[in-house]
Design a protein around this ligand. Sequence first.
Ligand code: ARG
Length: 574
Amino acid sequence: MNLHALLTADVQAAFVAAGIGDAPIVLQTAKNPEFGDYQINGVMGAAKKCKANPRELAQTVLAALPTDTWLGSAEVAGPGFINLRLNADFLAKELQAALNDAARLNVGLPASGEVVVIDYSAPNLAKEMHVGHLRSTIIGDSLNRVWTFLGAKVIAQNHVGDWGTQFGMLVAYLVEQQAAGSADYALSDLEQFYRNAKIRFDEDPDFADTARDYVVKLQGGDEKVLTLWRHFVETSLAHAQQIYTRLNTLLTPEDVMGESMYNDALQPCVDELMQRNIARDDNGTKLVDLPDLPERDGKGAVYIIQKQDGGFLYSTTDLACLRYSVDQLKATRLLYVVDARQSLHFHALFDVCRRAGWLPENVHAEHIPFGTMMGEDGKPFKTRSGDTVKLLDLLDEAEERAAALVREKNPDLSADDTARIARAVGIGAVKYADLSKNRISDYVFSWDSMLSFEGNTAPYLQYAYTRVASLLRRAGAYDVQVTCALNDPAEHRLALALLQFSDVLCSVADSGNPHYLAAYLYQIATLFSRFYESCPILQAAEAVKNSRLQLADLSGRTLKQGLELLGIEVLEVM
Ligand code: ARG
């Protein structure tokens, strides 16, 4: 059930009955729960328009609300707000329905029929994965989970950078290493491999020539060079997959759809845009003018699609890639989870594709940008010596730090249990620290705050979940068929928040903002703890106890399901 949609429909009908059907209703959750659960703010604007008395008009709307379903109480307040409170029976019945639907907690499938192509992670394979790849990977993965849960068909596309001039250099170096019999060893450290290849390239002109020759051969489809290239790409992808698995992301090798896959489609894209006069030739360079974008240095903005020497670019590949998603994958929605610094690129890409008719109006395309991960010194996150931090090292450190915490809290655990808990807590902390922030802003990566058991952190939420789990174990079975009675305000607030789960998931999908879900889960944990403090459970009389256990159970399941949609594991014991 989608609570917001349900209330909206009824309030809308009341607006129609009051003669202001055209006005936006502006239904919001109340800021202060003392006054109610929701507030309708749209009456004032409507009254101004039709020159009515806003409080009287609000009264008319209020009188037109249905009284036999969710409405508990309603009152006109201030200059013409309407405060609404839901009734306890309605909340209790919906709570029960959610508990009876173990797999989905009564969340509907509003996104069914949508085909959502999510382009995320997309490291350049020439290098080992580093912290710069973390955000796209985990934000994209969480959107994948949420859209899937809401019923969409999600197609993850890992647009890895596996093509381009640097691969000539890498292949040339690989050939040298193979001749020396040390290829396997050299490939075991990709970062070093890349560095060595670059040194050879910069130092030795013959090597550089060979490298350039390999690029031509590679793009021309030379089988021998392709085999070497494949060896390199596969090694690199295996490394990436290891990280995906450790990060508990959904990405698999099947999701890899690298730049190289579009090789044959590049020339036709350019040709078509040229023939249709969308692109033009500028001294041999093929480009599309972008009159909507601001000029730079007195020149109009352009989207270059083919270089003078005939070479293609990142932009050309994205044209072909977008067409593939629309034509072959039948996408209804394209989401590109890519660093904010690429926003002009995507703006231009969508513009060109709309003009070419490759991106029809009914297909929604959106760049989901994110900011940079900063160190505690306020500069982009680096190692002490100023190098980029390898993701593998970061994940190792997360688990080590978490293990130290677990040992400190619980020294008697076996080594296996400690490792298992440390994995869930350490990886969860890294992911949650990222997902809980507004993705547009840069954020400061801080081990101490992300691993804290207090505040809006993964360990806090994971711990909150284990508290519920342990309570339910101690309580034993309860009867879900007996409708619960919500008398205490703490019960009412928790129940209401629990029933907003579906609304929150829809807003995450619409906005591409996983932090809405994080904030919601933190709210649930906080409301649960207030409820737990003010409402005794195990000591309560049987009927009250049964009712409170229902609330506790749904709280636990919501935390678990919500964290899972962020790609974070929960534990039954910690
Ligand atoms: N490999 C690119 C980079 O590291 C990101 C690719 C994003 N996806 C895309 N379709 N352009 O910057």
